[in-house]
Design a binder for this molecule. Sequence first.
Ligand SMILES: Cc1cc2nc3c(=O)[nH]c(=O)nc-3n(C[C@H](O)[C@H](O)[C@H](O)COP(=O)(O)OP(=O)(O)OC[C@H]3O[C@@H](n4cnc5c(N)ncnc54)[C@H](O)[C@@H]3O)c2cc1C
Length: 277
Amino acid sequence: MKTALGNLDFADATTLSEALTLLASEPDRVPLAGCTDVYVGLNFGHIEKKRFVNIWSLSELRGISENADFLRIGALTTYTEMIESPIIAKFLPMMRDCARLIGGCQVQNRGTVGGNIANGSPAGDTLPILAVAEAMIIAQSLSGTRKIPFLSFYAGYRKTVLLPGELIVAIEIPKPPGAQWFRKVGTRAANAISKVVIAGLRGETVRLAFGSVGPTVIRARRTEAVLSSGGTIAQARDALAHDIHPIDDLRSTSRYRMQVAENLLSAFWDSTTPNQS
Ligand SMILES: Cc1cc2nc3c(=O)[nH]c(=O)nc-3n(C[C@H](O)[C@H](O)[C@H](O)COP(=O)(O)OP(=O)(O)OC[C@H]3O[C@@H](n4cnc5c(N)ncnc54)[C@H](O)[C@@H]3O)c2cc1C
């Protein structure tokens, strides 16, 4: 462990109002949810901040609900809760498929959707889903609540537009139209960071988002336009080269990622094409 835990200052908040008051008066405090990303950062010495506020007990940030138009997922909802939720199974099955592939049981029991979003890793597996579902992030501070379109939430690599003192309290998701599809490709089938991750929606139009192929999650707009207007999958594969520009890094090469992304695009199309026979 590169960071000595004894030098860190942890405060526990038991209500949302307590957490927001603490974050407003002590803006150097970092929220701690399931701690599955923060702990890794501390272990590798990547986190310089020394003061934290534990939000794990905030019941206001929990729960999955729905109304006629939207699903609402509390920011502290864990992957296990999403795997077990009948609402997710019915309206957002791609999120269930995704949650089942995140880490192992321990991470699924502690890791939260709010943490995945706020952490802002381009490999965050829920992010392509939220991008195609055109989710809204509900952020709250002592100054009030605002809704941020998910597609405007990232200002760059691991940079969000959250303001000091703001917490993500929930995610609001319009009930997605059409067939849903999620896949990730990593080194192993489980407990692996994605080399490429894709979410797709196929209804009257097509929506596609990719992760791990750029500084933030990317909506593949040109590829969507080709497929939505009746173009062929070959044309869509060509368009994808304009939408994403993966880099070489320690997990993969750009060329490999591009090839996998194209293959996933074809697999999405085949899987969501109604059986002609
Ligand atoms: C072994 C292992 C395997 C993993 N596998 C995967 C995987 O397959 N796919 C994947 O996408 N991720 C994976 N992760 C990463 C991690 O589990 C997820 O990103 C998880 O969703 C983070 O949630 P958390 O609650 O633990 O966040 P935390 O670690 O508590 O917080 C992460 C960041 O988000 C901020 N934050 C948390 N909640 C809020 C909030 N409500 N409002 C504002 N800021 C907030 C924190 O301040 C911190 O900066 C893995 C991690 C480990 C250790």
